[in-house]
Design a protein around this ligand. Sequence first.
Ligand SMILES: [Zn+2]
Length: 113
Amino acid sequence: MGALPVFRWRLAPDGYATRRQLRARGLRPGGQEVAAQLERPRRRRPPLVAYLYRVDLAKPVRPMTPAKWAALSKANAARRRCPACGRDAGYVIPPSLGACASCAYPEDQCAAA
Ligand SMILES: [Zn+2]
């Protein structure tokens, strides 16, 4: 750790970012070692330290794989399916109703028809 370059707070050179800054850009350190550290001196206390990573070595936040998308849309489809009539309601069935609107309120359906 002694070999790490130390920068003053707010004087980090371009190309370095904290984990949080990477995240804001949709990046993650991606297994790289801490490249540098920032120190913010504080009165009568140890300095505040932030670790910096190299932006050029950062990797994009794990992208959604096709399998993940499929699982997600399957889960969403299941949540839209009315357990009473088995139809895709076109919206997520509210847990409070437990069925699509036409099953939950058959009277309303008749009044409307
Ligand atoms: Zn229904």
